[in-house]
Structures are given as structure tokens and as C-alpha cells.
Design a protein. Sequence first.
Length: 115
Amino acid sequence: QVQLVESGGGLVQAGGSLRLSCAASGRTDSIGTIRWFRRPPGKDHEFVAGVPWGGGRASYADSVKGRFTISRDNAENTASLQMNSLKPEDTAVYYCNALGMYDYWGRGTQVTVSS
């Protein structure tokens, strides 16, 4: 089992920045990839960014490329999502996801970007 807890969401004006964190616990050695998803109001989940837990090349949704940066710290068992130049359309609940033998999800953290 892997437990994930997100933090760092909040309300920010357009053009601002936020940094989300994901604290992982349990069988973190079973994690293959750590990812961030989001669910905008009234829409389905969408992929935001992902990176191999052991390090490697990150991938991003086209809508966030150049603005968001995913990172992870194996020693601290954390992952982060640095979000810059935020737009109102980035408003969503953001979820941390750990993909390994099973698929694990956190409960999410709300990000609201005002225009």
C-alpha cells in the first residue's frame, strides 16, 4: 500500500505561482512513476505531469509545458509540482498519483486561479 497526501493548494491571482507537494508513505519502493492529474470544474480528470520515481525524463500536458515543473525527492519521499504563470483555466482539484503494481491516489488539493 502507498499513501499519498497533497498540500499547497489555494487561491491565487492569474499570473501567480503555487507549489504543490505530495507526501508518499508506505511501500514507496513499489512506486514506478509519480504523476499529477487535475479535475477542472465539471470536467474529467486530465493528466498534468509525470516523472519516473527513480529519476528520469519528465512529461507534461501541452497545456502546462513551460509553466509547470514536476520534481521528486526519493530521500524525503515527496513529489512537487511548481506551477508558474497560472491561468484561470488551471483552476481544478489537483491529485497526486503513484503508479506501480497498483494505482494509488491522494485526496486532492484545490487550486483556484482568479482572473
